[in-house]
Design a protein around this ligand. Sequence first.
Ligand code: CUA
Length: 378
Amino acid sequence: VLAGAAISALLLSGCAKTGQYISIGDQASGYNREIMRMGIWPIALSILIFLGVSGALFYTVNRFREDRNDAPPQQFHGNNRLEMVLVLVPVIIVLGLSVLAVRSLVKLNTASANTVSIEAMARQFWWQFSYPNNKVEGGVVANGNEMVMPTKQRVAVTTSSMDVIHGFWAPNIGGQRASIPGSNKTWEVDTDRQAIYQGNCSQLCGASHANMRYKVVALDQARYDAFMNAATAYTAPTPEAGSAAERGMNLFMQGKTSTGAVACAACHRVQGTPANGQSGPDLSFFGTRRTLGAGMWEAMTPQHWEEPGAAQHLRTWIKHSPVVKPGSIMPRYDGGDYMVNGKTQKGGTLTDAEIDDIAAYLRTLKLPDEADYWRGVP
Ligand code: CUA
């Protein structure tokens, strides 16, 4: 029953039709295809061995059961030939499987002539995806918690961590890798299908481990190029004079409010502006993203922005992110205290109007519509 359930689970895991399902059996990925090709052998051999052993057992129990009144079977002590077979067959099977496994490992870990490199930097509790080959003034193209990659080619992902051990895992595009401080692990992932896939942190890493999600947006080459060209050429738009967004920008950049200090630009970077902070997610394309708080909230689309729910999420986030996301080191701006690494910190204060102004500014930080990487992707 267990073997049957395990096999069914494995087979069913291949049923995912779109990237909305998390599946290690997603056959759109060459990585997963290779794993499946190799994995089918131990499964098939296990079934054969199971059938052989249980067949022999049933035969013996039936053949020699008491009510047959047969003479006792032939009695013997030891059988060198049979024992040799019983040792050699498993050794051959295990050696055979090892060869297959090593071959797949070598294949998956041999760098291809890839042209796209992505750095996945993990932190408590969010991800920063950046593109080392795409230099811009003051850094490289970067996007927090949404990883955009092209389809139909192997993409090199280098993962590391700024604090504790995290785990990079978007099962639909390939294997899991630990994100270890001071260590850069590079491997390749791929998918043939344009879709949005779910990624999660796969190592228990602290209070908000479960709130450390990300999206992988796989785009066909032309759309990926459109995204990357626009992202490389991007400079944050200057808000209209006198608008809420302009007031928000001033708060964001200058760090002064009616009631004290706010320091968005000290921690966040916005491409093409003086904001170049490195300790929080890059907000250059904040208005193009659809998730907030490392995937805590989804469907933060422009269509949803005017709905009370989405607006409220963003407001709540700016106001007191450590309250809604345990362990977030973003300061509170409702005047309350919060903890960073076991130490109590005093928060700042923003009025509701100031929070709305900052939110208005963040929403202007958008790629042009034709480079919106979420557009039309199933
Ligand atoms: Cu990071 Cu779990």
